[in-house]
Design a protein around this ligand. Structure first.
Ligand code: ATP
Ligand code: MG
Length: 457
């Protein structure tokens, strides 16, 4: 798709590359929320980074103030005007509306003169005030947007929001192809700015309120998610390809990741997929702190995945260990010491193979004496670092004391969160070795591998 990049760090990411060419984008926000700055930067970046001249139409401020505000960010608008790449037009809504519909109007001539590709109107709220009432306003916006589209311009229309005024009901919101909302919120007693893409017709976008910072060089948008800093060359699959992708390739050897999962979601979402991947890759697999019918449960799971024989062979060869319980008549002594021994034994047996451990951390806490649950997890983590193994611990947060959970989170190299809100369940990667932090995805449970589908909003 032909995108018009804003060149504003973070914003293009939310827009999957930028605005669609020829679109009219409404940017609404309270006074001081950063509308004019965003408009100016859209034009400045267009000219200096993408060779796209632009027109700044203002009903609000004299050009002198625009030059001054721009220079505040280090942008020389006067110079760009002299180079014929920019025009700053100060006019009234009435004059603009009459002029723009004329074939050889002043605005059309300006557009032609500099070859304008981008335009900013600051602000269309003034069309409101030109005494024509709501219907007149709708027609005025419609007429303006159409006139700009006829000139093939990509436009950013600024719109002032009064206090407590909600966006989403005015006529201009229907006329515009895209809608961006700028808000301010108190955080720690300080006013912080946020930007949210509410609509982008015909194109995906990420609708997450993202921090907007205004400073030297203009606006920066910092989405609350982070692409992985790097992708792992060699990593263990969670059994869910899309999740592996969000993690930057999977879980790297030598690390322990924690899955926090709500009680109303099936705790075994990861079981079959994670084990299957381990066996197929020729790694050893150990399940720690399963349920009382663990062996038959695994048989059923692996049968469903067509891997029953592989499981049996693994069990026979000692490459698959189901630890606590190991079967119906399991009487093993549940202690930290026993766990350590067992992991040591498996590493000894399978020293040619690498080990993947999947632990039900909630159950580990309930099996061990009080206070030993965290020690067991941190022991597993330490062990796995020592032998380059992977631990995937699944925990249901309400089942263990809050301060223990906090310690687990700190000890874990990565955290994947799954929870239910209303009628739906969601997933988010919040911590990884390579600093990934994903957006929130909806999840859909499906009856075939990988059993969950990760759905973008
Ligand atoms: N160089 C700068 N560094 C940091 N902040 C700045 C800088 N220049 C301007 N600002 C801040 O930007 C804010 C104004 O932003 P802007 O004029 O883009 O908002 P606006 O939404 O257009 O406001 P209005 O509705 O009043 O026109 C000011 O409150 C100012 O604090
Ligand atoms: Mg302004």
């Amino acid at each position: 798709m032909d995108r018009v990049k804003t060149g504003i760090e973070g914003l293009d990411q939310l827009l999957f590359g930028g605005f669609l060419r020829g679109d009219a984008i409404l940017v609404a926000g309270a006074p001081g929320s950063g509308k004019t700055s965003l408009g100016m930067q859209f034009l400045y970046n267009g000219i200096t980074q993408y060779q796209e001249p632009g027109l700044f139409i203002t009903f609000e401020e004299f050009p002198q103030r625009i030059y001054r505000d721009a220079s505040n960010f280090g942008w020389d608008f006067r110079e760009l005007e002299e180079q014929g790449k920019l025009k700053v037009l100060f006019t009234s809504p009435e004059v603009l509306q009459q002029d723009i519909v004329r074939d050889h109007g002043l605005v059309n001539e300006m557009i032609a003169e500099i070859g304008a590709v981008r335009v900013v109107v600051d602000s269309i709220s003034h069309l409101h005030d030109s005494g024509q009432g709501p219907r007149g306003f709708r027609e005025a916006v419609y007429g303006l947007v159409n006139a700009l589209k006829r000139e093939s311009l990509t436009s950013v229309l600024l719109r002032e929001l009064r206090e407590h005024e909600e966006i989403g009901s005015g006529p201009e919101e229907f006329v515009a192809d895209g809608l961006i909302l700028l808000t301010r919120k108190y955080v720690g007693g300080h006013h912080m700015r946020f930007l949210e893409v509410l609509k982008s017709r015909g194109s995906p976008h990420i609708a997450i309120p993202s921090l907007l910072s205004l400073g030297e060089g203009g606006i920066r948008v910092l989405p609350p998610f982070q692409e992985p800093f790097y992708r792992f060359e060699e990593a263990v699959s969670t059994g869910i390809p899309k999740l592996d992708d969000l993690l930057g390739g999977g879980i790297p050897y030598g690390s322990a990741y924690l899955v926090e999962i709500d009680a109303d979601l099936h705790q075994d979402i990861f079981d079959a997929g994670f084990a299957k991947e381990a066996l197929e890759a020729g790694d050893s697999f150990m399940r720690v702190a399963g349920q009382s019918d663990e062996k038959s449960r695994w048989r059923a799971l692996m049968k469903a995945a067509g891997m029953e024989q592989m499981l049996q062979k693994g069990l026979d060869m000692g490459e698959v260990t189901l630890l606590w319980p190991g079967g119906k008549d399991d009487t093993s002594h549940h202690s930290l010491e026993a766990l350590r021994e067992e992991v040591g034994r498996v590493c000894g047996v399978a020293s040619q193979r690498r080990l993947r451990i999947q632990a039900d951390v909630s159950r580990l806490f309930s099996l061990l004496p009080p206070g030993e649950g965290y020690a067991a997890f941190s022991n597993l983590t330490a062990l796995c670092r020592g032998v380059d193994a992977v631990v995937l611990g699944v925990v249901s947060p309400p089942t263990i004391p809050a301060e223990q959970l906090e310690k687990l989170r700190i000890a874990a190299d990565g955290i994947i969160r799954l929870w239910t809100e209303g009628s739906y369940s969601y997933l988010q990667v919040v911590k990884t070795v390579n600093s990934a932090r994903s957006p929130v995805y909806a999840i859909n449970q499906v009856p075939r591998p990988p059993f969950i589908e990760i759905v973008r909003q």
